[in-house]
Design a protein around this ligand. Structure first.
Ligand SMILES: NC(=O)c1ccc[n+]([C@@H]2O[C@H](COP(=O)([O-])OP(=O)(O)OC[C@H]3O[C@@H](n4cnc5c(N)ncnc54)[C@H](O)[C@@H]3O)[C@@H](O)[C@H]2O)c1
Ligand SMILES: N[C@@H](CCO)C(=O)O
Ligand code: NA
Length: 428
């Protein structure tokens, strides 16, 4: 048997405790699989005395994660504190400089500092692994980097924030408003301490930025993501979309177009019969398309103690087996700076509008759409008691620019009884 692999774990919250638990409960299995004894040398968290429901006896305690990261008896530094900067980044940098391998679940840090950290790790010859950072327990990093290494990746899509998917699917099943279900999710502890990270799409966008880099050989470019959260998704749209055969999802999409890399994280419609459309509750799904493999669908738990710790353990086991390799699948120095594709690839759009119920109103809308080059594919007007008429339109594929021109022109027609809603329909 090889030398023991000695771990230093910083962060003993949901994920850290899960990792300690698996290391204690599955010690024999992990040794059988890796050929090495996996031991914990030291741990760090904010509160030393807190009862975490798992024994920490036999592990040294460090108040400062940077000190922990550099300890002589630590071979792998496991960062499970979170936060894009602060002690997480400082300690990971210290670990790399001290020649320690690093495992982290910190998507925010990688989305914003991934390139610099990858360059540092590769210069020092240490592993920097982060399976838990994207879609938690789903082995999406491994699938993309290893299982699909023979493919040119054409598109990656995913629902990668469980809290948002919970809110959207609960709105539909309960018929309640966004505000009501947001409060319910908050009460159940489903939201991050800063809920804007979830509902603003930021957490999911961090994950998308990491996947883009691996899929397309580009430097992580979080700021290049067209980002919109779910705060403005209304129960009226969820109902109307359902009536037309769609679900609304906070969907991340990254694809290389002739104009550059297009990364979008926004609410959009997907067919209700598609795997993404059928994804309920807090579950995650990532869909990957490669030129040789076609489309594959990965589904599972994106968060929670067990699933996230499962991914951290996978990385630790790989390091124990001697697996190294570039952080984003090819040497960091060869990753390209992506050209940001400025406008969105053509798509069908869903439009919901309330029209003044007077002769010629619908004709005016049809005219401005036609004049902007936007063609109508499907349309419904519902019976109504109110003075305005609810109208739904699904367009043929069009550019966002043409649609925006049509929406601008609609403003001047005098037949709108409120601001129209326009959502992209993603081909999945
Ligand atoms: N919880 C999940 O389901 C999940 C899923 C995927 C990824 N992640 C990521 O895993 C990481 C940890 O998440 P979590 O949910 O376990 O968080 P948590 O809030 O439950 O735990 C954080 C831990 O870090 C410790 N900590 C924070 N600042 C510290 C400091 N300055 N010094 C020492 N210790 C410090 C805290 O004391 C706590 O023990 C984050 O990067 C998060 O984004 C979490
Ligand atoms: N808040 C995140 C946690 C996992 O990153 C989610 O809901 O998916
Ligand atoms: Na994962």
């Amino acid at each position: 048997m090889s030398q023991p692999l000695r771990l230093g774990i910083a962060g003993l919250g949901t994920v850290g405790v899960g990792v300690v638990r698996i290391l204690r409960q599955q010690a024999a299995l992990l040794t059988a699989r890796t050929g090495a004894k996996l031991t914990i040398s030291a741990v760090s968290a904010r509160s030393k005395g807190r009862d975490r429901g798992v024994s920490l006896s036999g592990y040294a305690w460090e108040d400062d994660p940077v000190v922990l990261a550099k300890r002589d008896d630590v071979d792998v530094y496991v960062e499970l504190m979170g936060g894009e900067d602060g002690p997480a980044k400082a300690s990971v940098e210290a670990a790399i400089a001290a020649g320690k391998h690093v495992v982290t679940a910190n998507k925010a840090m990688l989305a914003l500092h991934g390139q610099a950290l990858a360059e540092a790790a590769e210069a020092t010859g240490v592993a920097l692994r982060y399976e838990a950072a994207v879609a938690g327990g789903i082995p999406v990093i491994k699938s993309l980097m290893e299982g699909l290494a023979g493919n040119e990746i054409t598109r990656v899509m995913g629902v990668m924030n469980g809290s948002c998917n919970y809110i959207l699917t609960r709105m539909e099943s309960s018929g309640k408003t966004y505000q009501d279900i947001f409060a319910e999710a908050d009460g159940l502890g489903y939201l991050e301490a800063d809920p804007q990270l979830d509902v603003g799409g930021i957490d999911a966008a961090h994950k998308l930025a990491i996947l883009s880099s691996i899929a397309f050989g580009t430097r992580v470019d979080f700021d290049g993501i067209q980002l919109e959260g779910i705060e403005r998704v209304s129960i009226d749209d969820i109902r109307a979309a359902a009536d037309m055969g769609y679900k609304i999802k906070l969907l991340g999409v990254t694809e290389k177009t002739g104009r550059g890399l297009e990364q979008r994280m926004q609410p959009c419609l997907v067919p209700d019969t598609s795997p993404l459309g059928q994804l309920e509750g807090g579950t995650n799904m990532v869909v990957i398309e490669g030129d040789a493999v076609g489309q594959i669908v990965l589904r599972g738990a994106g968060a929670g103690e067990g699933p996230t710790a499962s991914a951290v353990l996978a990385d630790i086991c790989d390091i124990a087996r001697g697996v190294r390799g570039p952080v984003f699948g090819q040497p960091a120095s060869t990753l390209e700076t992506s050209t940001r594709a400025s406008s969105q690839r053509p798509a069908a759009y869903y439009l919901r509008m309330a029209l003044v119920d007077k002769p010629g109103a619908l004709a005016k809308i049809a005219t401005v759409l036609g004049e902007a080059g936007v063609s109508i594919y499907r349309m419904r007007q519902y019976e109504h008691d109110e003075p305005s008429a609810p109208v739904l339109i699904v367009t043929h594929k069009t550019t966002r620019a043409a649609l925006d021109a049509a929406l601008d022109a609609m403003d001047g027609t005098g037949v709108l009884a409120g601001a129209p809603v326009a959502l992209r329909i993603e081909e999945v």
